[in-house]
Design a protein around this ligand. Sequence first.
Ligand code: DX5
Ligand code: ZN
Length: 217
Amino acid sequence: SVKAKIGPSILNADLANLAAESQKLLDNGADYLHLDVMDGNFVPNLTFGHPMVKSLRNKIKTAFFETHMMVQNPAQWISPMADAGVNLYTFHIEPVDDVCMVSRLVQEAGMKVGLAIKPGTKVEDLEKYISIADVVLVMTVEPGFGGQSFMADMMPKVKWLRQNYPNLDIEVDGGVGPKTIACCAKAGANMIVSGTAVVGATDQRQVIREMRDVVQS
Ligand code: DX5
Ligand code: ZN
């Protein structure tokens, strides 16, 4: 069956010390890094783009990087993000006309494809693309900001996906931490993004291990 992986979101870390913050998370057991890219258009917030990701890659050579593309035109950033050393390019299907074509471009650029849906998007809208996706991301908050409350009413989407696709990598993102991980695990999520709950913890290693244990059990 699918492996449990914990991918901290560095959104609420000290972005002026991104390399050190990221390395600390990896040293404390993170399986991958979830990098939140926002364009101020698809979501009402701005973070960073491919130049920042490339600089991070220069300092952190081997870790698995996911970029969560909360942008209006994900096709635009495929090539620079591939060049920056991104491994998994996760984009939202909502603003995209031809999801298959964008997915193909991502794969041709040498990255894995993640397909994300916002809370208001039905899992049925994602279904037709599942065969081409490496990962599906079910958002458990409205994308745009860290530190929001987990939406438990998204779990039926995860449950439905797991029932129908036993080997699919299913990721959850938003408000996930020690208090909400059991709910995610029970529904069948195996890729766990966690921002404030990990970054702000006094013992990051313990929080990461605890969440992995719940998902694996
Ligand atoms: C929200 C981002 C998430 C978020 C995670 O738009 O996609 O990755 O920052 O942070 P927490 O775990 O604090 O919700
Ligand atoms: Zn995210």
